[in-house]
Design a protein around this ligand. Structure first.
Ligand code: NDP
Length: 297
């Protein structure tokens, strides 16, 4: 009998994740014998044993377990080695091999902003590590602003300018990226309102790693008429790369991209009629995703 592969996403929270829909649509439409589910994991140190107890062939890992995922692997390949953060695991004959597809997924998402030379990154977690390292590879100046000090030395060593909320000095930026989880399951801003207002007045573009929701941070950017995007394209970019790893390149990248993209846009299509606000193309997309997300859940 044919072996039907099983994949999952681990996270806390994980109910909001679109990954199962994205990967399942590829498997179904391209007739690849596999399914993808979600696992709510509270304790990251249990990742490895949970992975094996579910007999998984691979997994994606989301907040807050990406650093724990790195530790859970037997071998790390590619960009994940530079940053110690894993968002994709492949089971190779009982050996867990870890990768990171977030950073390249994000570069794909901001391609249309062009000429980005200076970026303010809000947050200093796993996603920030991946993005900052990738930005520096492209000679982009990176400033990191985090709530607490503990994680900043890593970024200083990388070559980023680092601040906490207490010692922050604002400048002008091409892009501000929210990589904190503020706004994911609450209505918090990623930094005190006074700081957020000031930095938003000094940037051309804004991006949030959170997707499917117009976060309070994006709402403020929208009110200030700043071109913004949520994390949907980053999600698409990292998902396509992860799927290629899961199927060991047996499916074409363009086909994976087509079905994942279609799934994401199908989610928003029925709500097009509802939206007649004057928004930029990006903010309209984000708002529609929010409506779709809330209606779906
Ligand atoms: P981590 O847990 O590794 O890091 C979280 C960061 O957020 C830390 O710097 C933490 O600060 C900060 N933070 C948490 N809560 C608050 C708050 N209330 N106010 C200010 N700062 C806060 O998370 P990840 O890097 O893995 O993920 C971050 C976000 O990115 C998540 O929302 C995740 O869903 C999203 N994401 C989206 C992707 C996509 O495809 N679109 C891909 C990857 C991630 P401190 O150090 O002080 O604790």
């Amino acid at each position: 009998m044919e072996h039907r592969k099983l994949f999952a996403i681990f996270g806390d929270p994980v109910a909001h994740s679109r990954s199962p829909l994205m990967h399942n649509t590829v498997f179904k439409n391209l007739k690849y014998p596999a399914s993808y589910t979600r696992v709510h994991l509270k304790d990251g140190t249990k990742l490895r044993e949970t992975f094996f107890s579910l007999c998984l062939d691979g997994a994606n890992i989301t907040v807050p377990h990406k650093e724990a995922a790195y530790k859970a692997c037997d071998e790390i390949r590619g960009f994940a080695k530079n940053i110690g953060v894993v968002n994709t695991i492949v089971n190779e004959h009982g050996k867990l091999v870890g990768y990171n597809t977030d950073a390249d997924g994000f570069m794909f998402a901001i391609k249309e902003f062009k000429k980005v030379k200076k970026i303010l990154v809000l947050g200093a977690g796993g996603t920030a590590k991946a993005l900052c390292t990738r930005f520096l590879q492209d000679d982009i100046k990176v400033i990191v602003l985090n709530r607490s000090e503990g994680r900043l030395p890593y970024f200083e060593k990388l070559g980023c300018e680092c601040y906490t909320w207490n010692d922050f000095i604002e400048e002008k930026y091409d892009l501000i990226v929210n990589t904190t989880s503020a706004g994911l399951k609450d209505e918090n801003l990623p930094a005190p309102q006074k700081i957020i207002n000031t930095v938003l007045n000094n940037t051309k573009f804004v991006a949030d790693a959170i997707y499917g929701k117009l976060t309070p941070f994006l709402k403020l950017a929208q009110e200030k008429n700043i071109t913004f995007k949520d994390g949907a394209d980053m999600l698409l970019g990292q998902g396509v790369l992860a799927n290629q790893l899961f199927v060991n390149n047996e499916l074409k990248k363009e086909d994976i991209n087509t079905f994942m993209k279609k799934k994401l846009s199908n989610l928003i299509y029925p709500f097009l009629e509802l939206c007649n606000q004057k928004l930029t193309a990006f903010s309209k997309y984000s708002t529609l995703l929010t409506i779709a997300y809330r209606s779906y859940m």
